[in-house]
Design a protein around this ligand. Structure first.
Ligand SMILES: [Zn+2]
Ligand SMILES: [Zn+2]
Ligand SMILES: [Zn+2]
Length: 259
């Protein structure tokens, strides 16, 4: 057992998940457990504390798999459904820990939560009690004595949160990294970055573009996540990646070093 903080990737799929419902493609019918991908999310652990990054439709399953007994809070990278739809499932932690769950997000995302989860802000008994903490780019969250720095990532035109903790960065739903963010990433050893599939879209990096960013950041290693079934099987993707880049899989754990 290590006392160093860790990051566990608990979901590596794009919004529909892999397998995609009703799809008979070789990826969606693969017997390789690495090809079973829940919606993109990571858990940070430091000592006895756990911080979740995003709460998509698979949030409950992810917390069950990782046997998370208590939750210190959540960072929501942005408001899209594949990152927020599971938020109601913080309720057992609110009840047991007798807290309003801290939720760190941009002001725009906070506004969206107050309308989409309006019941959570009512007096009705049993609702998830959320302690919304609006944050901005460049701010730090103190996570049990370690700083989590919030970075600006452009998801198409939408500014969303990425994060850096020690020598590790998590950049999901990325299309463009502003210059300031690239400066804040100096010295990062491991970068986990989204890569949708081989083409990319207006709001998501292609595999090729994600690999270029791993190089530009100067990271020793990269891990790709937020993958579409159109990317290919984990085995096929691993075979085409450069040595220092791995294809992320659900359950992948990385030790976080000092920067
Ligand atoms: Zn498929
Ligand atoms: Zn998104
Ligand atoms: Zn997404």
């Amino acid at each position: 057992m290590t006392s160093e903080p860790t990051l566990t990737i608990v979901g590596t799929a794009t919004s529909q998940g892999v397998p995609v419902l009703g799809c008979d493609c070789p990826v969606c019918t693969s017997g390789d457990p690495r090809d079973q991908r829940l919606r993109a999310s990571v858990l940070l652990r430091n000592g006895t504390e756990t911080l979740a990054v995003d709460a998509g439709p698979d949030f409950r399953t992810q917390l069950l798999r990782e046997r998370v007994h208590s939750l210190a809070g959540l960072i929501l990278t942005h408001e899209h459904n594949d990152h927020t739809a599971g938020l109601d499932d913080v309720r057992p932690y609110c009840f047991r820990q007798k807290i309003d769950m801290p939720v760190y997000c941009l002001p725009r995302v906070a506004e969206e939560l107050r309308s989409r989860f309006a019941y959570a802000f009512s007096d009705y008994p049993g609702v998830p009690r959320l302690d919304i903490r609006e944050v901005g780019f460049g701010e730090e969250i103190n996570f049990n004595g370690r700083a989590v720095t919030l970075l600006e990532v452009l998801h198409g035109k939408l500014p969303i949160l990425g994060l850096r903790i020690g020598d590790l960065a998590y950049l999901t739903d990325a299309k463009t990294l502003p210059e300031r963010t690239l400066r804040q990433l100096r010295g990062v050893k491991t970068v986990i970055i989204s890569a949708l599939h081989h083409q990319g879209t207006h709001s998501h990096l292609s595999l090729e573009e994600a690999l270029e960013y791993v190089e530009r950041i100067g990271a020793e290693r990269g891990v790709i996540t937020h993958l579409s079934h159109r990317m290919g099987t984990a085995a096929a993707v691993e075979a085409m990646l450069p040595d220092k880049v791995r294809c992320g899989f659900d359950g992948m754990r990385i030790i976080i070093g000092r920067s």
